[in-house]
Write a protein that binds this ligand. Structure first.
Ligand SMILES: *[C@@H]1O[C@H](CO)[C@@H](O)[C@H](O)[C@H]1NC(C)=O
Ligand SMILES: *[C@@H]1O[C@H](CO)[C@@H](O)[C@H](O)[C@H]1NC(C)=O
Ligand SMILES: *[C@@H]1O[C@H](CO)[C@@H](O)[C@H](O)[C@H]1NC(C)=O
Ligand SMILES: *[C@@H]1O[C@H](CO)[C@@H](O)[C@H](O)[C@H]1NC(C)=O
Ligand SMILES: *[C@@H]1O[C@H](CO)[C@@H](O)[C@H](O)[C@H]1NC(C)=O
Ligand SMILES: *[C@@H]1O[C@H](CO)[C@@H](O)[C@H](O)[C@H]1NC(C)=O
Ligand SMILES: *[C@@H]1O[C@H](CO)[C@@H](O)[C@H](O)[C@H]1NC(C)=O
Length: 775
């Protein structure tokens, strides 16, 4: 069926109620992205368990398949336990499943919806769980009245990194535990606490405890060595860095009851606080109440994008609401759970990592949930207040590794631009935010491997030199020089944008405008690849470029290179190639169009990048490139390319995410693609493309290319009744300010190519070099 709809209503007054009465939570598929090793990578690593939006508690099952960074894999592997906290979509240390406790799931028994997860084992024990921010309930239903048993495992985190801790159990079924474990992506360890209660009020349930005790064993492989001590009330293992002993330890409780209800709480402060969190958040032990409160919280989040579910394509709707769901799991609101400092500000965590989330997660929050975003931004600022630098990759309360720049700078600049004038209302101390940006742009921490940037080098050279010993004594992992420099440039642009928005010293605007253009200092015009000239490259302190093949670390790299952080990375780019990073200057794309030889060569080069493909759909550095045609005045090519990217890489299956979901970065990207928008970092510009909603061509399901003549090209944009001067971008305030944006689409490819972004002087999206982003 060809497209018949010619007008798309993008947004109506302030995201009001749903267009129709479908429960949006019923449209979410939690199992998208839960295949292991999908798409040649480690899979989507999506977390399909129970959680409320931005929760600390993310409770779900862990399985034996590896890798399984979010605990869960949608296969027939055995379940090794239920864990109370998980990450969403992250990479990090691949983990092996060991330990004694393995139960098989019955075929097809896993089911989930926002706020609820269930499965049934082959021995017919059913498990259900639901949760609040820091607490929740787990219900076991056994085939017989008992005695039935529950094991509370102290030592097995996903990566088996237990370094010590303790567990205490009372005859009335209160279990308190705490342990120290290694981060999955960082140099440090963290300590976390839990509390379980197995004595529900009798009006809720009676489940007599018939026995309890503790168990321990130093052997992982031989269950016969396990020592069970009936009536034992505690085990205590002093902290040890060698995490060898004990391999297995915990508590056991037996019940004479066909169903067993467990209430849990988690905390980073103490096990007493974990118990208090459970009591405060789940006082009445009512499973249905907790579940429906969680579903309501999700309905509220999902309803911020309203579509007419009766006319849109069912697959697109499932992708849209499943993506909105995953994009709202983290960052996690850990307010009142900060173990390090007292603060009147919110405490958020699972910034894992800002390198992943600055491109799409934060911009999506900026549109859909400014209140939550204000809390998150305030927590970034509070991180600076107590460490001197904006956090980059904080998880489980500890700083992880810095991947590129200190990319927490970009959401902070973005906030200043979008909400600087309403910062007080959103709880963000805006002068502190600006100081956090300046300090992070100017100062160099002693070790810039876990926070901050190598500003000594950046300020001395205007690039990040290869093989340079910093005379200041500051150290860090000196690899990824080229890609770090390109990210530092964007970070400086964020400071520049904040300086303008907040009316700071004009000298700051000049200074950071200038520094944000320094990415050109790592551009070697003499490198050629496949007939294209000029590529981002590493550079020595004496100014000479250090050559890396531009296709190194691309999906078609003919030789194997190391592309991670480690010292074996001799390419200079992080998780991406020079071919890809050479398109990364969101704030001055016109500069790249010029450096690459003008619009025609630029378009040919973007085409070639996709044809080869140097495009890596499953990782963040590739997010922007499908939209790059806009900057060569060819939005028609963007429209086609974005559709292909969506059709070729995303679907509603368990392998439906092309790479790690990365704390919702992929989910937020897909949301923007479906809405036909792409956010320009630290600015109010949104590139506008061709929405996949209200288009009839996709009613037949996803096909590789839109049929010839399909109405996918933007003909006109009308904002509150007035024609927009540009066909390529709209302003943030138009999107969030109420009113309507109507996009007229047509199928005339030749006319669309000729029309480009339109006639007006500002029709092209902004670039700093050509006078864009005016002060
Ligand atoms: C899981 O399924 C695979 C493929 O069908 C099969 O080979 C394997 O034996 C199954 N594993 C279990 C534990 O049932
Ligand atoms: C690990 O935990 C121990 C005990 O809490 C602590 O002394 C040590 O400093 C921690 N190590 C790191 C790297 O954080
Ligand atoms: C544990 O305590 C219960 C209740 O006091 C008692 O009946 C039982 O014998 C004890 N078990 C052991 C192994 O000491
Ligand atoms: C974060 O959690 C705290 C404590 O429950 C709550 O007061 C606050 O409103 C939450 N933040 C947001 C933005 O919802
Ligand atoms: C930035 O400032 C330096 C020093 O004043 C100057 O040499 C350079 O041309 C400026 N760069 C840009 C892009 O304006
Ligand atoms: C590029 O090559 C030309 C000719 O060999 C040389 O003069 C110039 O210095 C080179 N430029 C750079 C940046 O290396
Ligand atoms: C610059 O330094 C590099 C690395 O030490 C060296 O190979 C190169 O020859 C130097 N270039 C000049 C012009 O001295």
């Amino acid at each position: 069926m060809a497209l018949s709809v010619s007008r798309i209503l993008l947004c109506v007054a302030a995201f009001t109620a749903h267009v129709n009465a479908v429960e949006l939570t019923s449209l979410v598929n939690l199992f998208i992205g839960t295949e292991t090793g999908a798409n040649g990578g480690s899979g989507g690593n999506a977390f399909p368990g129970a959680a409320i939006p931005h929760a600390m508690a993310k409770v779900g099952i862990d399985v034996s398949t590896a890798p399984r960074q979010a605990g869960y894999i949608h296969d027939n592997s055995s379940i090794t336990g239920i864990s109370l906290m998980h990450d969403e979509g992250t990479g990090g240390t691949p983990t092996e499943a060991t330990g004694y406790s393995h139960s098989l799931r019955a075929a097809g028994a896993d089911a989930a919806q926002p706020g609820y997860f269930t499965t049934t084992f082959t021995n017919n024990i059913k498990l259900e769980t639901t949760s609040t921010r820091r607490a929740g309930l787990i219900r076991f239903t056994y085939p017989t009245a008992g005695p039935n048993h529950v094991v509370i495992d102290l030592t097995n985190d996903l990566q088996r990194s237990f370094e010590g801790g303790s567990i205490a159990v009372t005859p009335t079924g209160n279990v308190q535990l705490g342990g120290t474990f290694l981060q999955s992506y960082g140099p440090s360890n963290y300590t976390v606490f839990g509390c379980y209660d197995f004595l529900p009020p009798t009006n809720v349930q009676s489940q007599p405890i018939t026995a309890f005790g503790t168990y321990q064993s130093a052997s992982l492989t031989s269950p016969s060595t396990i020592k069970i001590t009936a009536n034992s009330t505690s085990l205590d293992f002093p902290w040890t860095s060698d995490n060898v002993s004990p391999e297995q330890a915990g508590a056991l409780i037996s019940f004479n009851s066909k169903t067993v209800l467990a209430r849990f709480g988690v905390s980073f402060l103490s096990s007493e606080q974990a118990c208090a969190n459970a009591e405060a958040e789940v006082p009445d032990w009512d499973f249905d109440n907790v579940q429906s409160a969680s579903a309501d919280a999700w309905e509220n989040v999902l309803s911020r994008v309203a579509v007419d579910t009766t006319i849109e394509d069912a697959t697109v709707i499932e992708l849209l609401y499943s993506s909105l769901y995953r994009a709202s799991l983290v960052p996690a609101n850990l307010t009142d759970e900060n173990p390090y400092w007292e603060s009147p500000y919110p405490f958020y965590d699972a910034f894992f990592c800002s390198w992943d989330t600055f491109r799409t997660v934060h911009p999506l929050l900026s549109i859909l949930d400014p209140v939550e975003w204000g809390g998150i931004v305030s927590a970034y600022v509070d991180g600076w207040r107590h460490s001197g630098f904006i956090p980059e990759c904080r998880s489980n309360t500890k700083a992880g590794y810095v991947q590129g720049g200190d990319d927490g700078m970009i959401p902070l600049g973005d906030f200043a631009v979008k909400y600087g004038s309403r910062a007080t209302e959103l709880g963000v101390p805006i002068d502190d935010l600006y100081q956090a940006l300046v300090d992070t742009a100017e100062n160099t921490p002693p070790d810039w491997y876990t926070v901050g940037r190598q500003n000594t080098a950046w300020k001395t050279f205007g690039y990040i030199p290869t093989d340079w010993v910093d005379p200041s004594g500051a150290t860090g992992l000196p690899t990824r020089e080229a890609s770090r420099a390109w990210e530092y440039a964007l970070g400086d642009f964020a400071v520049r944008q904040a300086a303008i928005a907040l009316k700071k010293d004009p000298a700051d605007v000049v200074k950071y405008s200038n520094r944000s253009m320094n990415f050109v200092n790592m551009w070697d015009p003499n490198v050629t690849s496949d007939g294209f000239s000029g590529f981002a490259q590493r550079r020595y302190p004496n100014g000479t470029f250090a050559f890396s093949p531009p296709n190194a670390c691309s999906p078609v790299d003919p030789v194997s290179h190391s592309c991670a952080r480690g010292t074996d990375n001799d390419v200079g780019f992080y998780e991406s190639s020079s071919w890809e990073y050479s398109f990364f200057a969101p704030h001055s794309m016109a500069t790249l169009v010029g450096l690459m030889g003008g619009p025609d060569t630029f378009v040919a080069r973007v085409d070639h990048y996709f044809a080869e493909p140097y495009f890596l759909a499953g990782n963040e550095p590739g997010f922007l490139v499908p939209w790059a045609y806009h900057y060569a005045n060819r939005p028609d090519l963007t429209a086609l390319r974005v559709r292909n990217v969506v059709y070729d890489n995303f679907n509603t299956g368990i392998g439906g995410i092309p790479g790690n979901d990365d704390s919702g970065a992929m989910a937020a990207l897909l949301t923007f693609h479906l809405l036909g928008l792409y956010p320009v970092a630290a600015s109010k510009q949104l590139l506008i493309g061709s929405p996949l909603l209200s288009t009839a061509s996709i009613r037949q399901g996803l096909s590789p290319t839109p049929p010839a003549g399909a109405s996918v090209f933007v003909k006109s944009i009308t904002i509150n009744g007035k024609p927009s001067a540009s066909l390529c971008w709209i302003d943030f305030d138009d999107v969030v300010g109420g009113g309507s944006i109507e996009i007229e689409v047509y199928g005339d490819a030749d006319a669309a190519a000729a029309a480009g972004c339109g006639e007006g002087p500002n029709a092209l999206p902004d670039s700093l070099e050509t006078g864009g982003f005016p002060a």
